[in-house]
Design a protein around this ligand. Structure first.
Ligand code: SF4
Length: 467
């Protein structure tokens, strides 16, 4: 595509994955604490158009196979550019980096994870100057509202650390700007399909009270993006009729999602993780996962290194959640959505949250109802589901009132003739049969199950037992 760039550039490379064995270097990612990407709108005289700066070692000075702290700072200017467009410009870094052959960009903001493949390095992609040039050209051709742009790559650990703290403050200020507006007060929502390159049926529905899954696009950002680039990946959704206030179903959302997912998703309920939840791509900041043993939700964010209370790490839970699907009890969310009064409201909201890492609990603490804060376990209170049960009982968490206890087992007599003939009793026949085990829901389609023995246990509520 560009003669002076040693590798190809184009939409065809979006969605390309670079495995560890194939990577030359990794920038940011799970092994590095400080990393960020940031877009800032500046005055025209503060920007040198086309300038690319590198603070710290360039790619050719990096050791093969290693991970490095990393920051990308994009500074733009334009007569029609305002700070409300910073989030929109910033999110395009993901798409445009992925246009570069052998260069992978995942996630967003403080969570970015990039890899440069060995093949592209061997072809000559050995400097951030090339990547900066590509970004400059793509941004200016795709978003003509940008008149001037300069790019800075930061790999010096101390400088990344310093700018990372600044970036966190800027993200927080942007998010806070979007708080307070209610979904019922607007007649337009916004949709985003940027992640369809990785999850083809995924459609983000961005409302004032349901932030995008990646946590990088608010309703205000959506509005700004749709106005400057109406044919781009972020577009307007006419909200339409409110079909279910509690679950968050809107006629306009259903229509748009059906169209944008090519008929795969026909109904979306925005404020629940069951039934027809919002789809999950792969960029979500956190996963809300159902813990059937306690009838509550755990939450784990991308940065959590340990296993969660059900014994699974973020990566496994993310695999069960991602791909643009609607999966009962596995729900990709942003941190900002946890600050919304609509957060999983149809499932009980915070009354249903039972476990989360301490780090993320601290971040959203002031948005958790005060009486629940101490009742939600962290990794310090519960490492297993058994620990969790004990903790929740001790704390009298709201989910405890819903628990059932198993009554003694009663063995169903199998007719003698059936046993003698070695026959099996039909116990279930269904087009869709859900089973729950070990934190997973397994759905058997068109199943017929036969068993030699049937055990029936009467379930009694704990309250009834005590009376
Ligand atoms: S997570 Fe959603 S809003 Fe964010 S880039 Fe992907 S599709 Fe767009």
């Amino acid at each position: 595509m560009f003669k002076d760039i040693p590798v190809d550039v184009g939409v065809v490379y979006e969605g390309e994955r670079i495995r560890r064995n194939d990577m030359h270097v990794e920038l940011g990612g799970p092994d590095v604490k400080e990393k960020f990407e940031l877009a800032l709108v500046k005055k025209s005289d503060e920007i040198e158009d086309g300038k690319v700066s590198i603070i710290g070692p360039d790619i050719k000075d990096m050791q093969e196979g290693k991970s490095y702290p990393f920051g990308i700072l994009i500074e733009v200017a334009g007569a029609k550019l305002g700070s409300e467009l910073e989030g929109v410009v910033e999110r395009r870094i993901h798409a445009y980096c992925n246009f570069i052959e052998g260069f992978m960009h995942l996630n967003q903001r403080y969570d970015i994870w990039l890899r440069l493949g060995k093949k592209s390095y061997q072809k000559g992609l050995n400097s951030f100057n090339y990547i900066g040039k590509v970004l400059h050209r793509l941004f200016k051709s795709e978003l003509p509202i940008i008149e001037k742009m300069q790019v800075t790559f930061i790999t010096d650990a101390e400088k990344v650390k310093e700018l990372y703290s600044e970036a966190l403050k800027i993200y927080e200020a942007r998010d806070a700007r979007a708080r307070g507006l209610k979904d019922e007060e607007v007649d337009k929502f916004y949709g985003c399909v940027l992640c369809q390159s990785f999850a083809p049926t995924h459609v983000c529905v961005i409302t004032p009270q349901r932030y995008s899954n990646c946590g990088a696009i608010s309703w205000f950002d959506g509005r700004a993006a749709a106005s400057v680039d109406p044919k781009g990946p972020v577009y307007t959704i006419e909200r339409g009729e409110q079909l279910d206030a509690l679950r968050g179903e809107y006629s306009g959302v259903n229509e748009t999602v059906k169209k944008k997912s090519l008929g795969e998703i026909t109904k979306v309920e925005l404020y629940t993780a069951f039934g027809h939840p919002h789809t999950s791509c792969g960029c979500f900041e956190a996963v809300a996962f159902y813990v059937p043993e306690v009838d509550g939700f755990g939450i784990v964010h991308r940065g959590f290194k340990d296993v969660t209370v059900n014994g699974l790490p973020f990566s496994t839970l993310a695999d069960s959640t991602a791909g643009g699907r609607q999966i009962d009890g596995f729900h990709g969310i942003s941190i900002e959505y946890m600050r919304s009064p609509k957060f999983l409201q149809a499932d009980g909201g915070w009354n249903r949250i039972v476990w989360m890492p301490k780090e993320v609990k601290e971040r959203v603490k002031s948005f958790i109802p005060a009486e629940l804060v101490s009742k939600i376990a962290t990794e310090e209170n519960a490492k297993t589901v058994d620990d969790l049960k004990t903790f929740l009982k001790e704390q009298n968490h709201p989910v405890v009132t819903n628990w059932k206890e198993e009554a003694p087992a009663v063995e169903e007599a199998v007719p003698a003739e059936a046993r003698e003939e070695g026959q099996y009793l039909p116990v279930a026949s269904a087009s869709t049969l859900p089973l729950t085990a070990g934190g997973f829901k397994i759905i058997l389609k068109d199943a017929k199950i036969y068993a030699k023995k049937v055990i029936i246990r009467q379930m009694k509520s704990e309250k009834t037992e005590k009376r």
